[in-house]
Design a binder for this molecule. Structure first.
Ligand SMILES: Cc1cc2nc3c(=O)[nH]c(=O)nc-3n(C[C@H](O)[C@H](O)[C@H](O)COP(=O)(O)OP(=O)(O)OC[C@H]3O[C@@H](n4cnc5c(N)ncnc54)[C@H](O)[C@@H]3O)c2cc1C
Length: 427
């Protein structure tokens, strides 16, 4: 059977040691079979185990093989579409529930790191950087909006203040969220997997779910074994393929790329980001960056609709990095990699239940590090019969991409081109 390794990345190269995990070669029974060992699957597994469920996790490749082990590492609160947009779409009551939860994922990550002593270079503080006065105006209204839902660790930064936290001449201002921050994403996933196992959960790697036999007592088949369960949680996100055809029509895998410089040394790194906050700009096609534990700059940006792997990642991302930080012109790029996230048309997560016993959460459309941790808690609550918060997500409307599976990629790329042009022209 194929043994899929981690793709080459800074994260794979600096991963904490991990135990060898077997492939499933047997027939097993469990309470909950989780498909996918990214943050959604691992967070679900942990909450379920903490509440007395027996849990088996099937991972097609390795723990954190997908977006959870490749991302920018930015703990960004709220959703990829903000609460005011949700409020206009679904009304104040549902928006209130979702707004109350908008900062919970970041708290869950910190609780997990503290409780299970996960070594993942956790740092507090994230900056949203405005490139135009219009974007600054948006941050001002976003701060008011988030404060309306009780999220208050926010500070607006004028042009002078933002220069104190990031040595980039492009920004007119920004907003600092001290409940944001950053992590080594693969090490967070690996630490969560170890926590799952410490509570008696079982994780099989190199064990793709290839078929789900639905019914009162569903069975998940892998190439060499099967898992009979009371419940299934589908957490394969952009890597799921067509395992659950109902989910594929309303979401689209997209690629995004990241580079890591050589280590910059303490002094140079400090001159770029003196407080070690992470930064993302406010463009629709945004750039994001941060320092690693060993003082490299990790810089990400760009989207490939339909998730084709670009031939030369450095050629795409390095110019963006040099635009923000010309002072890095002589710095070598040590790693470049790509990963897939799952886009929905509304850019809100796709959450729900198929029949009585198959649950899913996917498609957080870019900002998923915090949401996926919340999703695990909300799914576990639903399996315990407390579905109010689950329903708040499940009731969000979702529509198929125009053009169906054949034309959705060019249509979405056209939409992104339009928004990218708006970013460039500043309107
Ligand atoms: C390059 C990149 C940068 C990003 N940067 C950020 C960021 O800085 N901040 C932020 O908030 N978000 C970011 N995101 C988004 C964030 O990483 C994701 O939203 C989040 O990690 C999704 O987690 P997940 O568990 O749902 O999916 P994934 O982490 O993709 O995990 C899905 C897992 O399921 C497995 N799987 C799939 N199908 C099967 C199957 N049939 N059987 C068994 N296993 C299966 C896959 O192998 C994979 O391991 C980024 C994404 C990418 C790609």
């Amino acid at each position: 059977m194929a043994n899929t390794p981690y793709p080459e990345s800074y994260y794979a190269a600096s991963a904490n040691p991990v135990p060898a995990r077997p492939a499933l070669q047997d027939d097993v029974e469990t309470d909950v079979c989780v498909i996918g060992a990214g943050y959604t699957g691992l967070s679900s597994a942990l909450f379920l185990l903490e509440n007395g469920f027996k849990v088996t996790v099937l991972e097609a490749a390795k723990v954190g093989f997908g977006a959870s082990g490749r991302n920018g590492g930015q703990i960004v609160n709220s959703y990829s579409r903000d609460i005011d947009v949700i409020e206009r779409s679904v009304g104040p009551q549902q928006a209130q529930l979702l707004g109350n939860m908008a900062f919970e994922g970041g708290r869950i990550i910190r609780e997990r790191v503290a409780k299970y002593q996960i070594q993942c270079d956790l740092k507090d503080g994230g900056v949203f950087a405005a490139l135009t006065a219009k974007q600054m105006g948006h941050l001002e209204s976003q701060k008011r909006l988030w404060e309306r839902f009780g999220h208050t660790q926010l500070e607006l930064l004028d042009q002078r203040r933002i220069r104190e936290v990031v040595a980039c001449e492009e920004y007119v201002g920004g907003m600092l969220d001290m409940s944001g921050g950053h992590i080594h994403p693969l090490n967070l996933a690996l630490g969560e997997a170890a926590a799952v196992e410490s509570l008696g959960g079982v994780i099989y790697e190199q064990s793709p779910a290839v078929r789900i036999e639905r019914g009162a007592s569903p069975v998940v088949h892998t190439p060499q074994g099967k898992v009979r369960a009371k419940f299934i949680i589908v957490a394969g996100n952009a890597y799921l393929g067509n395992l659950v055809p109902e989910l594929a029509a309303k979401s689209m895998p997209c690629g995004t790329q990241v580079i890591a410089t050589e280590p910059l040394g303490d002094e140079f790194a400090h001159s770029l980001l003196p407080q070690d906050y992470c930064v993302e700009d406010c463009n629709y096609l945004l750039d994001y960056y941060r320092l690693t534990g060993d003082k490299r700059l990790i810089f990400g940006g760009g989207v490939v609709y339909g998730a084709r792997d670009p031939a030369n990642i450095e050629a795409i991302i390095r110019p963006k990095m040099l635009k923000a930080f010309p002072q890095l012109k002589d710095v070598k790029i040590d790693y470049a990699w790509t990963g897939n996230f799952l886009l929905t048309l509304s850019r809100l997560p796709q959450v729900g239940r198929l029949g009585d016993n198959i649950y899913y959460s996917q498609g957080c459309s870019g900002h998923g590090v915090t949401y996926t941790h919340l999703a695990g808690k909300v799914l576990a609550e639903a399996l315990r019969g407390q579905a109010e918060r689950f329903d708040a997500f499940a009731d969000l409307p979702h529509y198929p991409f125009p053009g169906g599976q054949l034309l959705r990629t060019p249509f979405a790329a056209m939409g992104a081109w339009y928004y990218g042009l708006r970013d460039k022209l500043g309107f």
